[in-house]
Design a protein around this ligand. Sequence first.
Ligand code: TXA
Ligand code: MG
Length: 343
Amino acid sequence: RWSVDKYVDDLGSYPHISQAADFLINNEVVAFPTETVYGLGGNAESDDAVARIFAAKGRPSDNPLIIHIAEEQQLSSFVEEIPEMATRLMKAFWPGPLTLIFKKKEGKISEKATPGVSTVAVRMPDHPVALALLKKAGIPIAAPSANRSGRPSPTTADHVWDDLNGDIAGLVDGGPTGVGVESTVLDCTEPVPVILRPGGVTKEQIEAVIGEVRVDPALADVDHAPKSPGMKYRHYAPDAPLHLVDGSKEFLQMLVDEKKAEGLSVGVLTTEENQDFYQADFVVACGKRVNLNTVASSLYDALRKFNHTKADVIFSEMFPLEGVGHAVMNRLMKAAGHRVINS
Ligand code: TXA
Ligand code: MG
């Protein structure tokens, strides 16, 4: 486990970065910070390295990985064609939390990294440590979030350590990540591009650059077959069952009281504004409701906090579907297995 200060000059000549890059070149897996969440990186061209990623996470082997690059010119070795709109999006948002899906050029990226698909997802993370590491390694790096499969994505090095210590070759600690939810995944192989996963870059921001985009209907409709293989799994979940509450604070408190009367330990997921209102066994605040970016950046840490409590059941407030609120609600719905209680 190496600690790297992301503000130091010339990270590329930092010995920890070189050591981590050597591990990657030798097909070992290394966790590293990005601006969204920590990733678990491995050489995308190596079957062995990719197999190690899936093994460490316990990830279903049919769920493709995002390929991380530090320079746009790396794309041409494994991407068949770059549509004009993608060029504009890269200019506007890379490095940054936007993953683009392209037609895959066969033969370069391990088949295990892109199982069952003819496309490849790529992003350039906006984090000095990630970029220095990717540049030093010089190879495309496959990197899913560095959590054990099913658990909330890691936004601190300690989260990674809790999940994967002993199963990975290295962990670069660059402090807490910023955005807190994963990148937006946009399929650019369709004439009108489609958002497969809401994330750090909002639909409005993308539309301001390229005009109309669509949203995968599976995001709104639980019965619709998801196009992004990762969207079908229960994910981000704390150990205790989570229920989203569509109603007032008073209604949520009433649900808490009912469970307490049954003798259960009850947790509440709220924000700083409402933290003092609730009478429950465990009250966890994630950010401030007035600024949904702060909710996004502390959401996974908040969900993980419940695993250090004895809560039997958790009730959570809901958030408006605007800006990064789409990503927050998407992750909360998955964490809750789509259980919503209406007043
Ligand atoms: O912010 C992020 O994107 C983080 C950091 C580490 O970069 N990475 C991340 O990776 O969230 P992961 O593996 O946890 O999520 C990747 C998502 C999954 O839902 C997967 O199904 C989807 O992207 N995906 C990857 N390749 C795809 C493809 N070719 N077609 C459709 N969906 C794809
Ligand atoms: Mg993930």
